[in-house]
Design a protein around this ligand. Structure first.
Ligand code: SF4
Length: 294
C-alpha cells in the first residue's frame, strides 16, 4: 500500500545527537491544521496509509484531532514518535480511540544512562519504555527503531534483549544518515560500518531466535552475510513525503539520489536490488568496506 509521510511538527522534546532533522526546529514553521487536512484530503485517492512524523508529532496541540480526521478519510494511520507522551495512559487511549493503528517508537539504549545521553533528555528512557508498554497493553502494534552510533553499537545485543523483554514484536537497527546533528557530531557519533557489524548481527540473531521480526536500515547486502533478508528497504512501501518541501517519490529519490553504489558494485550479484549506503558515507569514508559478492 502506498503511503504519505507528513512532518506534522519540527519541534521535539528530545535532542538526539544524530537527529537528521538538525536545527529545523529553530527555523522551519509547522504546517497549520488546515494545510495538513488539505494534504490528507487531496492524497486519499492515491494513498491508503499516512505516517505522521516530525520532529515529535505528540507535541502538536491538535494531534488527536488530526489522527481522527485521517481515520475518517479511511487512512491506515501510523505514528512515528519518540514515545515519551505515551507514558500517559489516557493520552494513549485517546489517540488509539481516534484511529492510530500502529506505532514506530525510537529507542536508542537499553538503560537510562545510554538512552538519555543520546537523546539529550533526562527521563526520556523511562517515559519511552513505559510508553511502549502502555501501547502494547492496549493491543496495538509497536515497532522500534534504534539508530546505531559510536556510543551504543557495542550494546546492540543488550538492546535486543531489552526490547524483547519489553514485549516489542519487531525492532530495527538503522545506520545513521550523516546529515543534521549526525554530521555536526560525526567525530564521536558516527561509527565505521565494519566495526558495528558483529554487534548488529548478534542483535539480529537474538531477535530471530526469540521469534521477533528484525530489520536493518541503510546497511547494504555485502555487510550482512546471512542476515540479508533483514534489509528493511525491501519492505518499505512507496512514499510521498511532505517535509519542508514535497518529495513526490521518496523511494525513487533514495535509490537515485540519496544513496550511492561504488566503482566495484557492478561486479556484485546484488547490484540490481541493492541501494548502496547513504551517499555521505563513502564520500567521507571511501568504498573499502563494500566488497562485491560474486
Ligand atoms: S552492490 Fe555494492 S554496496 Fe551493494 S551489496 Fe554489492 S558491493 Fe555492497
Amino acid at each position: 500500500m502506498n503511503r504519505i509521510d507528513i512532518k506534522v511538527s519540527f519541534k521535539c522534546n528530545n535532542h538526539c545527537k544524530f537527529c537528521v532533522q538538525g536545527d529545523k526546529r529553530d527555523f522551519c514553521p509547522d504546517k497549520s491544521d488546515q494545510e495538513i487536512k488539505e494534504i490528507l484530503k487531496k492524497s486519499r485517492k492515491a494513498f491508503g496509509e499516512v505516517v505522521f512524523t516530525g520532529g515529535e508529532l505528540t507535541l502538536r496541540p491538535n494531534i488527536i484531532g488530526l489522527v481522527s480526521f485521517a481515520k475518517g478519510l479511511g487512512y491506515k494511520v501510523q505514528l512515528q514518535t519518540n514515545g515519551r507522551m505515551f507514558v500517559y495512559k489516557d493520552f494513549c487511549r485517546d489517540i488509539i480511540k481516534a484511529g492510530a493503528d500502529m506505532f514506530a517508537v525510537s529507542i536508542h539504549g537499553h538503560n537510562a544512562r545510554l538512552h538519555d545521553y543520546l537523546t539529550g533528555a533526562r527521563g526520556s528512557f523511562q517515559q519511552s519504555s513505559a510508553g511502549i508498554k502502555n501501547i502494547l497493553s492496549l493491543g496495538k502494534m509497536v515497532v522500534t527503531n534504534t539508530v546505531i552510533n559510536q556510543k551504543n553499537y557495542r550494546f546492540l545485543p543488550e538492546i535486543a534483549d531489552f526490547l524483547i523483554d519489553l514485549g516489542v514484536p519487531q525492532y530495527q537497527f538503522a545506520y545513521p544518515h550523516i546529515l543534521g546533528n549526525a554530521l555536526k557530531n560525526i567525530s564521536f557519533i558516527v561509527p565505521r560500518k565494519k566495526e558495528i557489524m558483529p554487534y548488529v548481527k548478534k542483535g539480529l540473531k537474538i531477535g530471530i531466535a526469540r521469534g521477533r521480526i528484525v530489520r536493518t536500515e541503510a546497511i547494504p547486502y555485502c555487510l550482512l552475510g546471512k542476515y540479508r533478508d533483514c534489509i528493511a528497504e525491501q519492505h518499505i512501501p512507496e512514499t510521498k513525503v511532505f517535509d519542508v518541501k514535497i518529495n513526490e517519490d521518496f523511494s525513487r529519490w533514495r535509490k537515485e539520489e540519496g544513496k550511492l553504489k561504488g566503482p566495484n558494485c557492478k561486479k556484485c550479484r546484488y547490484f540490481k536490488c541493492c541501494e548502496g549506503p547513504w551517499r555521505e558515507y563513502p564520500e567521507i569514508f571511501g568504498w573499502n568496506e563494500f566488497k562485491p559478492i560474486k
